[in-house]
Write a protein of this length. Structure first.
Length: 187
């Protein structure tokens, strides 16, 4: 098995601060530089589908140099002109593992992760939050769980977020590109 770059396999997260080497509020250039330590970065524009949000870019980070065209990014970071980095998405297959309060978040079967998340919420005596797909988990600020099909299984694709300009919640801040992930299989 080929070894991955140091620091790729496990990233830490801190609500309202950041995940891995990425800190909320960073500029596009700062995100590309920090993420460039781990792989090839590619900066692109996001669709401007909501007039209240300022211009937004996405920085895709691919694990390998010379990646295949069909290879999804391991990490996608979203940067707003007004607030800087506001969202980091970890791919369910290629992304680094991130745990929140000891609960692994990336690439898990969503139904199994949901059971663990509910047990964690009950043990911590916190409220539950439902994802747009209807999966329950602890109402943790800064983490929005999404599903990503991998073969026949729906795997967890966490979004680490802060609210962006013109939004009231993390859910309102979710980049429109992330809504489409549900139908894209990476198997």
């Amino acid at each position: 098995m080929k070894r991955r770059a140091a620091g790729w396999d496990e990233w830490s997260c801190s609500a309202a601060v950041g995940v891995g080497p990425l800190r909320f509020g960073m500029t596009v250039e700062e995100v590309a530089e920090a993420a460039g330590m781990f792989g090839q970065t590619e900066v692109g524009d996001c669709a401007r589908d909501c007039a209240i949000f300022s211009l937004t870019w996405k920085v895709e980070v691919h694990r390998r140099r010379g990646r295949e065209a069909a290879s999804p990014p391991a990490v996608t970071a979203y940067v707003s002109r007004a607030v800087g980095l506001f969202c980091v998405a970890a791919d369910a297959v290629k992304g680094p593992q991130v745990a929140f309060d000891g609960l692994p978040l990336v690439g898990r079967d969503l139904s199994e992760r949901e059971s663990d998340a509910i047990a964690c919420a009950e043990a911590m005596d916190v409220h539950l939050r439902c994802t747009p797909e209807g999966y329950a988990g602890p109402d943790d600020p800064g983490v929005v769980m999404r599903g990503q099909p991998v073969g026949r299984v729906l795997r967890s694709r966490p979004l680490f977020m802060v609210t962006r300009d013109g939004a009231n919640t993390e859910g309102d801040s979710m980049p429109s590109e992330e809504y489409g992930v549900i139908g894209q299989s990476t198997a």
